[in-house]
Design a protein around this ligand. Sequence first.
Ligand code: ADP
Ligand code: SF4
Length: 692
Amino acid sequence: MNQRDPRYDILFEPVQIGPVTAKNRFYQVPHCNGMGYMRPNTLAAMRGIKAEGGWAVVCTEEVEIHANSDNGSAAEGRLWDDGDIPALAKMTEAVHEHGALAGIELVHGGYSNANNYSRIPPIAPSAISVNSYAPVQARAMTKADIRDFRKWHRQAALRAKEADFDLVYVYAGHSLTLLMHFLSRRFNHRTDEYGGSLENRVRLFREVLEDTKDAVGHRCAVAVRFAVDELLGPKGITSENEGREVVEMLAEIPDLWDVNISEWENDSATSRFEKEGYQEPYIDFVKSLTTKPVVGVGRYTSPDTMVSLIKRGVMDMIGAARPSIADPFLPKKIEEGRVDEIRECIGCNICVAGDWLSVPMRCTQNPTMGEEWRRGWHPERIEPRESDDGVLVVGGGPAGLECALALGKRGYRVILAEESEELGGRVSRESKLPGLAEWGRVRDHRVVMLEKLKNVTLYLGSSLSTEDILEFSADDKFGFSHVFLATGATWRRDGIARENREPIPGLEHVSVLTADDLMLGDSAHGKVVIFDDEHYYMGGVLAEKLRLDGHDVRLVTPAPDISTWTHNTMEQGHIQKKLLELGVELAPHHNLASVHPDAVELSCVFTDRRVRHACDTLVLVTERLPNDDLYRAMRADPEGIAKSGLKTIQCIGDCLAPGIIAAAVHSGHLAAREFEADAPGEVPFLRERVML
Ligand code: ADP
Ligand code: SF4
């Protein structure tokens, strides 16, 4: 084993948190995951692996304390009564097995919950509509309601202790919590002792903190999660005024301060909008006001930055949600002197999408995320090879790189052939677009790991034809018996996608470019119209790029807003704002009906009312077609295949079905795991079923 760099020793010092001791400074802060109360086995296995990977504290997501705070179909944690204890105890057991502390983030969502499931009218400091567009209003809490809320929180804390948690949170970390609603002048218009002055608005927070300490403080540390800045300027809490004053008022009451910024989309900002450490300027004052340990987040993946944060007195423990998802073994890798092996989070928020979609989260960088229990995948371990057969992987994009890496770790002899002079495929191309540089980490991590494997050989500048593959397969030196085709996909240039199932008429009249053309260096000229019928990031990113290049740009989409799927990655608001500020003309709710010399005709998706706009270059962001020519040519030559001795040929990644990068990585990993393994069952993974 390598030696740990002594510079990082400070990260492995224990930290006392009230009555419990964390073995080091790595702290997995609460994070949602789309597993929650619906999938307790999935959740426990995922959290257990974080503990195994060296995180000293492993926390839950938000855990509802009562049916009065019901997140509906969202798969959050739930501790409404004693019946919910066993599911959560599974997690504490998995975490304790590896010597880590388990933390629970108790929440009442106040006016953030429409209570669609429980049908109980939501509560808030003052009467107010709920924060979704649901036709539901919260009622103003009476004194009796306040007493009830305190009682529910106390009961939940006791149940958390029963479930064997070591840290219990009092949560005011996002504007989604009742305690934050009380703190906020925007939502709290009370005239009693719980409203008005900041002292009054803090009252309930203080009371609940004291209740929790009283209930469980002898056994559990009581942590606070508090958003010191809402990024709303004078309208909200800021770190210069009330955020700071709240910390001053409560400084020594909690056993730990976990501080961040609000809303969630600011807290979990993507790399497209914020870089590592973006929260530091907001939270760096906290340590000067308390002697209690302080935790902060900022997508930290660099151990040097972590050491600097500790030494500069910004925080005592390094908080991480996404970095712990991308690499559950991040602390272990630093501890064991394997810093170069850290699989760094790329800040894409595909994990967050899992929560919004109420399915177990996935991760672009870590294909085992969410598969720990249902498929038994471990991020660091994989079944050894079943035979001495050699494998050829064609294509060095995310799917090919991941497949070669996982097969290489299994011990197979692998050849990876890539036609260009650079590995990474679409990731290398896309990471050159504005804001997406960190996405290159998908390639970088895999290249570093592949270069350590003596049984994997990489060939760049190797464009393989069917003949090449058949010929090389029988070669004495290079021979292989199995082929994985990871040859990617190509953006269509006929406009076919969701809105138009036939080619768009008139495309011959203007210069048409696809996303591939632009990424490979073609230039637009004159007035540019981008038609986005794909709806993730590409249309918006190309609009940004072309506007920055100096073009007049109009972005047209049939969807209600720009890059609409990015609501799931919490980027939509940032993207639309940025494009508007850059001066991009936006045309949501419009289809591209036809193309004419120097103009496009758009149609309203509701009324079909037509409008024309000048256009010299039309950029189509619609669908992609799999690059599966090689596959089809090989399948068309069964004799050649029989003669060559090839046993299997399989498409993976975008060449199988174009999708997001996370899907390509997962596809490559899945193929490697399933290679020469027992055939999976009809449903290829375990499910958590309701027991009748
Ligand atoms: P995925 O997302 O599925 O990994 P990409 O499009 O990112 O797909 O990567 C596909 C890679 O395959 C590209 O780097 C491309 O250059 C390479 N490639 C495509 N066809 C061939 C071929 N015939 N021989 C070698 N490499 C190929
Ligand atoms: Fe990071 Fe993206 Fe993985 Fe989330 S999905 S942990 S943002 S790499």
